[in-house]
Ligand binder design. Structure first.
Ligand SMILES: Cc1cc2nc3c(=O)[nH]c(=O)nc-3n(C[C@H](O)[C@H](O)[C@H](O)COP(=O)(O)OP(=O)(O)OC[C@H]3O[C@@H](n4cnc5c(N)ncnc54)[C@H](O)[C@@H]3O)c2cc1C
Length: 291
C-alpha cells in the first residue's frame, strides 16, 4: 500500500526541525532511519500530515565515550555503527552483544538506536539494553533540553513521553561502577526476526563484588520490563550459582508473556529464566547450565 499524502521537510538545523514540529503539532512525525515509521505509513497505521526528516541535521551521527566513562549515542547513529563499534566491543558488552541481533543488515544500515527507543515497540531490543544499563534519553524542544531515564521514557506499547515538538537528540548510559560485564540473548524464529524473548543483563563488578546490576526483558509483556528485583538480588555480593538461580527465578516471575504463535507463555517464561542463567554464568565463570 502507499502512504497517505503527507508534506515532507528535511531541515538542516535542529532549531528549524523543532520549529517545524512545533507548527505541525500532533500531525507531525520525526523520520530518523524510517525502518519503523515508513512501514507503518505504508500500512496506514500512521498517517502524519508532516514528516520531518532529521537525516540532514549535522553532528548527530556519533557514538562516543566521555572521559568519565559515559557512553553517548547520537540520534543518527545507526544500528550498524554500533554493530561494528570497537568502542563497544572493548568496553560495553551488553550493547556490543545486542547490536548484531537487531533485524537484518539492511535495517541495521538505516535504523537508529534512538529511533528504536522512541518507537517503543515491546519487542524492540535496544529498550531492554538501555534499561538494563540505566540509560537515559536527552530530548530537545522549544523550551530547551531535558533528560529522561529510559525507565520513565516509555509509557506503553508504541508510546513515549516526548512532546510532539521534541526531538530525542541522544541516548546515554552512565559510567560503570567497576568493570562492566553482561550480554544480550534473543530467541527469534529466524535470523533477523523480532524477539520472541530477549534478555539484557548488565553487571558491574569491583573485585568479586557486584556493584550494580540491571536485567531487562524484551517481548514478554506490553512494554519492555525491568526485572528490578532480580537485579537487586545480585548487588553487594559476589556472583554465585545460588544468586544466579535466584535472579533467574525473579526475572521469570517479572515477565508477563502471552501465549501466541511464537510459543506458550510457559515456554517464554522458561526462556527468560534460561537466558538469565546463561548470561550470569558467563560472568561468574561457572559452567553454562540451562535452568
Ligand atoms: C524487517 C524489520 C525487522 C526489524 N527487526 C527488529 C528487531 O529485531 N529488533 C528491533 O529492535 N527492531 C527491529 N526493527 C525496527 C528497527 O530497529 C527500527 O530501526 C527502529 O525501531 C526505529 O528506528 P528508526 O531510526 O528506523 O526510526 P523511524 O522509523 O524513523 O521512527 C520510528 C518512530 O520513532 C520516532 N522517532 C525516531 N527518531 C526520533 C527522534 N530522534 N526523536 C523523536 N522521535 C523519533 C518517529 O517519529 C517514529 O514514530 C525491524 C524493522 C524492520 C523493518
Amino acid at each position: 500500500m502507499y502512504p497517505s499524502r503527507f508534506r515532507y521537510e528535511a531541515p538542516r538545523s535542529l532549531g528549524e526541525a523543532i520549529g517545524l514540529l512545533h507548527d505541525g503539532g500532533d500531525d507531525a512525525k520525526v523520520l530518523a532511519g524510517g525502518q519503523s515509521l515508513v512501514p507503518l505509513m505504508k500500512l496506514r497505521f500512521a498517517s502524519p500530515e508532516l514528516v520531518v526528516d532529521i537525516n540532514n541535521l549535522p553532528g548527530l551521527d556519533y557514538h562516543r565515550r566521555d572521559p568519565d566513562g559515559t557512553i553517548r549515542v547520537g540520534a543518527l547513529c545507526r544500528h550498524a555503527d554500533l554493530e561494528h563499534s570497537e568502542l563497544l566491543r572493548a568496553g560495553q558488552p551488553t550493547m556490543a552483544a545486542a547490536a548484531p541481533l537487531i533485524a537484518d543488515p539492511i535495517v541495521r544500515n538505516r535504523g537508529t538506536l534512538v529511533g528504536s527507543l522512541c518507537h517503543a515497540d515491546p519487542q524492540g531490543d535496544w529498550a531492554s539494553v538501555m534499561l538494563a544499563l540505566g540509560g537515559s534519553v536527552v530530548a530537545q524542544g522549544p523550551g530547551g533540553t531535558r533528560t529522561i531515564p529510559v525507565a520513565d521514557f516509555v509509557t506503553g506499547p508504541f508510546e513515549n513521553v516526548l512532546e510532539p515538538d521534541e526531538i530525542a537528540v541522544e541516548a546515554f548510559i552512565p559510567p560503570p561502577r567497576g568493570t562492566p560485564a553482561g550480554g544480550y540473548l534473543k530467541l527469534e524464529r529466524r535470523v533477523g526476526d523480532f524477539a520472541t524473548v530477549g534478555v539484557a543483563v548488565a553487571v558491574d563488578t569491583s573485585g568479586d563484588t557486584v556493584t550494580r546490576a540491571g536485567i531487562a526483558l524484551t517481548g514478554v509483556g506490553g512494554s519492555t520490563i525491568g526485572a528490578t528485583a532480580a537485579a537487586e538480588a545480585l548487588v553487594g555480593e559476589p556472583l554465585s550459582p545460588p544468586k544466579i538461580e535466584l535472579a533467574a527465578q525473579l526475572a521469570a516471575e517479572a515477565s508477563q508473556p502471552r501465549t501466541d504463535h511464537r510459543g506458550s507463555a510457559e515456554y517464554k517464561r522458561h526462556m527468560v529464566r534460561t537466558f538469565v542463567v546463561r548470561l550470569l554464568s558467563r560472568i561468574d565463570g561457572t559452567a553454562e547450565r540451562a535452568a
